[in-house]
Design a protein around this ligand. Structure first.
Ligand code: GLA
Length: 439
């Protein structure tokens, strides 16, 4: 009897520990997104019309165009790669679109020095109606790992009453258990404020609905039943939603204002959307100022020299990828002019002015009126009154640098005084500078 009591007592002690072991959460992979991820994704341009030849041609183009050298290392399949689940519930790829299989595609992409991304959904179905991962999370994670996948975009369609945090943690645990480092890109459009709970769940989280190649907000149109038609989120809409969330972003966990539309065009409900080269430049600049993931969304086999110049501007990319990892702030938001700053490592700042108006803007940059005190988020201050910065014009590198302090004239002779710099910001465009303290 005594033995039995001891035995039962031992089981009672051991049980909670075992149960705890079984349910313990596993951490996300660290070090995969110390700076925002960069790559290409098939959705914005091709939607579900993807296949092996297209993805291989895109991989080739990414190398040939210098995009891999510029840092765009992920090549990501979005929705529509899926075939059926097999009799055991394992996912397969569409045998017509991907006859060689995803593992062969991953090998090809890896041989080019890139990484391969894939897409799934926390619900029963993906947004385009293919099989979702709900109930198959561990199976899918093992499958992706065995294929050599490096990145997972995880969507939020057909989730019904699923708990968002629980669903994303479940997939994070499954990826961790599968053991292959896979960047986890959460895509629930900001519906459940992931910035408040996902820093240790994913490497980035979408903050908005789906982007389109539209600079200014798109007017609402209605269908025959009187319901509003789907319309893309414009660049300006997205900036307004993403900017207030800056304090939540940082190395390893970024706000994701959706993929890039530089060089892309779409037709939705009979409406054609395309941005000008200036708008593309402003869009790219703002994504870099906001430390956003830089995921290209255009047809790289047909890229224009202008779009290529925008997405490969090394100085601009360096602002996005700055190791300090602070999302930029909007200091002034006037009717048609926005003034932005982003604290960079080593005491530097990125600065830009965006013109959302229909006329070129001639403005005088008076640094004494552009003082930034970012104690709350980065603990940084521009101190234009005491620190002298020298400029580098990011989109016009031949421009002669200016300094923010200059030698005074007249009564102020012998003192350093604030410089006032005249610039013109073209329509729907930006001027952007890197400001470096003068030693
Ligand atoms: C959602 C996402 C998009 C894209 C599609 C695919 O709308 O937000 O980025 O992945 O699904 O169906």
């Amino acid at each position: 009897m005594k033995r039995l009591t001891i035995f039962i007592a031992a089981i009672l002690v051991a049980l909670p520990a075992a149960a705890q072991r079984r349910t313990a959460d596993l951490p996300k992979f660290e070090g995969l997104a110390d700076t925002p991820q960069m790559g290409w994704n098939s959705w914005n341009c091709f939607m579900t019309e993807i296949n092996e030849d297209l993805i291989k041609a895109t991989a080739d183009a990414m190398v040939e165009l210098g995009l891999v050298d510029a840092g765009y290392i992920y090549l990501n399949l979005d929705d529509g790669w899926h075939g059926d689940r097999d009799e055991l519930g394992f996912i397969t790829c569409d045998p017509v679109k991907f006859p060689s299989g995803i593992k062969a595609l991953a090998d090809y992409v890896h041989s080019k020095g890139m990484k391969l991304g894939i897409y799934s959904d926390a619900g029963d179905f993906t947004c385009a109606g293919y099989s979702g991962s709900r109930g198959h999370e561990y199976q899918d994670a093992i499958t992706y790992a065995s294929w050599g996948i490096d990145y997972l975009k995880y969507d939020w369609c057909a989730t019904q009453n699923a708990n968002p945090k629980g669903s994303y943690i479940l997939m994070r645990n499954a990826l961790a258990k599968a053991g292959r480092p896979i960047l986890f890109s959460m895509c629930e459009w900001g519906s459940n404020k992931p910035w408040e709970w996902a820093a240790d769940v994913g490497h980035s989280w979408r903050t908005t609905g789906d982007i389109g190649p539209a600079f200014l907000p798109v007017p609402i149109t209605y269908n025959e039943q009187g319901r509003p038609n789907w319309r893309p989120q414009s660049i300006i809409d997205i900036i307004n939603q993403n900017e207030p969330l800056r304090k939540y972003a940082g190395p390893g966990h970024w706000n994701d204002p959706d993929m890039l539309e530089v060089g892309n065009n779409i037709t939705v409900n009979g409406i054609y959307y395309e941005m000008t080269d200036s708008e593309d430049r402003a869009h790219f600049t703002m994504w870099c100022m906001m430390a956003a993931p830089l995921i290209l969304g255009n047809d790289l086999t047909k890229i224009t020299p202008e779009a290529l110049a925008t997405i490969t501007n090394k100085e601009m990319i360096a602002i996005d990828q700055d190791p300090l990892g602070v999302q930029g702030l909007r200091l002034i938001n006037e009717e048609t002019l926005q003034y932005w700053f982003k604290p960079l490592a080593n005491g530097e700042w990125a600065f830009c002015v965006m013109n959302t108006g229909e006329e070129p803007a001639n403005i005088a940059l008076d640094w004494s009126k552009l003082e930034v005190d970012d104690q709350e988020v980065s603990g940084r201050k521009t101190s234009f009154d005491t620190i002298n910065y020298t400029s580098k014009n990011i989109w016009n590198p031949k421009e002669k640098p200016f300094t923010t302090l200059v030698k005074g004239k007249g009564k102020q002779r012998g003192q350093m005084v604030t410089n006032v710099v005249n610039v013109t910001v073209p329509v729907h465009d930006v001027v952007a500078y890197r400001l470096t303290p003068v030693k």
